[in-house]
Design a binder for this molecule. Structure first.
Ligand code: PEP
Length: 251
């Protein structure tokens, strides 16, 4: 039985005081014992603060990026998976479309980051998704498949069992355009079928999140789809009421 996960990607937003306030509002708004997994992904400099404040709560913490090299070593500006574990992270996003498009991260590098995360005991949330042009050209499933092939090549069967996949159509991220539940389900079903080719049991257990303008008013219909196991939420995760309503929709 797959447990739902709702993950809030704060991107490059917030400061110490604002984050303290957001966390306190969030803890008041969330059910004391949510029947789902919840995680927030603050900017790296606030990870230790958020992990300390969330230590005795049901909210887990994840990073938005990780170095592909295990280190320690001469990788100026990078943060290793071991460091993320050390400050209390349980998850890390890899391959978010903003990292792929703005920082040139290839599917190969994304797969290496997933491997580094797993080696340090983190759960990588591997993000995949097509651009609007690729969807218009009918290439959606081909793009998703090529992004995941790199992951299949880099990870062992035992490692694949531990990952989470997030399907995020690039055209739906931060745009207010959401994939329809049918469009999302088609891709989620396709992703599960790709994993089933590796291992049927693994595919049945795999959590596949949908991301792309998830809000309180569209979460329930998306989460009702057979192969959607929660959400990766950007903008709406910065609002405690909105994020908690999305979590409740997943429960
Ligand atoms: C995201 O950043 O992963 C995302 C899905 O953003 P938004 O919810 O704002 O579209």
């Amino acid at each position: 039985m797959r447990s739902f996960l709702v993950a809030g990607n704060w991107k490059m937003h917030g400061d110490s005081a604002g984050i303290k306030q957001l966390l306190s509002e969030l803890l008041k708004a969330l059910p004391a014992e949510p029947g789902i997994d919840i995680a927030v992904f603050p900017p790296a400099v606030y990870l230790a603060q958020v992990a300390a404040e969330m230590a005795a709560t049901p909210v887990a913490v994840g990073a938005q990026n990780v170095c592909a090299q295990a280190g320690p070593g001469a990788y100026t500006g990078e943060i290793s998976a071991a460091m993320l574990t050390d400050v209390g992270c349980q998850y890390v996003l890899v391959g978010h479309s903003e990292r792929r498009s703005l920082y040139g991260e290839s599917s190969q590098l994304v797969a290496e980051k997933a491997k580094a995360a797993l080696t340090a005991g983190l759960i990588p949330v591997v993000c995949v998704g097509e651009s609007e042009a690729q969807r218009d050209e009918g290439q959606t499933l081909e793009v998703i498949s090529s992004q995941l092939v790199a992951v299949f090549a880099a990870l062992t069967a035992a490692e694949l069992k531990k990952i989470v996949v997030a399907y995020e159509p690039v055209w739906a991220i931060g745009t207010g355009k959401t994939a329809s539940p049918e469009q999302a389900q088609e891709v989620h079903g396709f992703i599960r079928a790709l994993f089933a080719k590796q291992d049927e049991a693994l595919a049945n257990e795999l959590r596949i999140l949908y991301g792309g303008s998830v809000k309180a008013n569209n979460a329930a219909t998306l989460f009702a789809q057979a192969d959607i196991d929660g959400g990766l939420v950007g903008g709406a995760s910065l609002d405690a009421q909105e994020f908690s309503a999305i979590c409740r929709a997943a429960e």
